[in-house]
Design a protein around this ligand. Structure first.
Ligand SMILES: C[S@@+](CC[C@H](N)C(=O)[O-])C[C@H]1O[C@@H](n2cnc3c(N)ncnc32)[C@H](O)[C@@H]1O
Length: 212
């Protein structure tokens, strides 16, 4: 296909997606926490950091309009499963239209992660990816989500959160241990990609480590 034609066909779709995202942001600014969906550069970094290609069960918290969901599906193994939990019914209805047998779209709250995994008979995940804005929710709500993630992850499992603020680090590090942080500048606004690995119960943790 002619590349210029393909791009001109895709542009209205992308613009519509951004506009819809922005309209939802205006309705629920604290819950959505970002004015436009994540950039391709950020999504690539998140997918690589979570080592999506190695996981059998992956959880995504806050898929929004699905740009991250589609990238995860693209990199997943053919027999892996992806559970995408979205609290906004309008975003959920977009996610539930993605046609891929490996995807389970769920309308609900990330705080109920354990019950939702059980409801869908899914194994403990090796990777949890979150775009939900910890900075605009109460500490109590944020801590509940972090504890739920830590509880369900397999030992050695990975938690990746892409965030503007450092609040997720303050909430998560006491539970998950030392974080690793990368900065992704090619996103509006630039984002931190924070990474934790659940310990194997032998007391080893990561050293604090920042890299650009
Ligand atoms: C910044 S948007 C990320 C959207 C998309 N993943 C992206 O990167 O463009 C955050 C998303 O988290 C969702 N969200 C916020 N709190 C949530 C919760 N407690 N449970 C599930 N989803 C939540 C919002 O509705 C929104 O879709």
């Amino acid at each position: 296909m002619n590349l210029r034609k393909a791009n001109s066909n895709m542009l209205p779709k992308v613009m519509n997606g951004c506009l819809f995202f922005f309209q939802e942001f205006l309705k629920h600014p604290f819950q959505i926490g970002s004015v436009i969906p994540s950039s391709q550069a950020l999504i690539r970094r998140v997918v690589e950091t979570a080592r999506v290609n190695e996981a059998n069960t992956i959880v995504e918290l806050g898929p929004g309009t699905g740009c991250t969901t589609k990238a995860i599906l693209e990199h997943m193994k053919p027999d892996a499963r992806l559970l995408s939990i979205e609290i906004n019914p309008n975003f959920y209805s977009i996610i539930s239209q993605i046609s891929d047998e490996r995807l389970i779209a769920h309308l609900g709250d990330a705080r109920k992660l354990k019950a939702i995994l059980n409801e869908h008979n899914l194994d403990a995940p090796e990777a949890v990816i979150s775009g939900i804005p910890f900075s605009t929710m109460s500490d109590e709500c944020g801590s509940q989500i972090i504890k739920a993630i830590h509880e369900v992850l397999v030992p050695g499992g990975r938690f990746v959160a892409y965030q503007l603020s450092k609040k997720v680090i303050d909430l998560c590090s006491p539970v998950m241990g030392q974080e690793k942080v990368q900065l992704e500048f090619f996103n509006i606004p630039p984002m931190r990609v924070c990474y934790w690995e659940k310990g194997n119960g032998n007391g080893t943790g990561h050293k604090r480590h920042y890299c650009a």
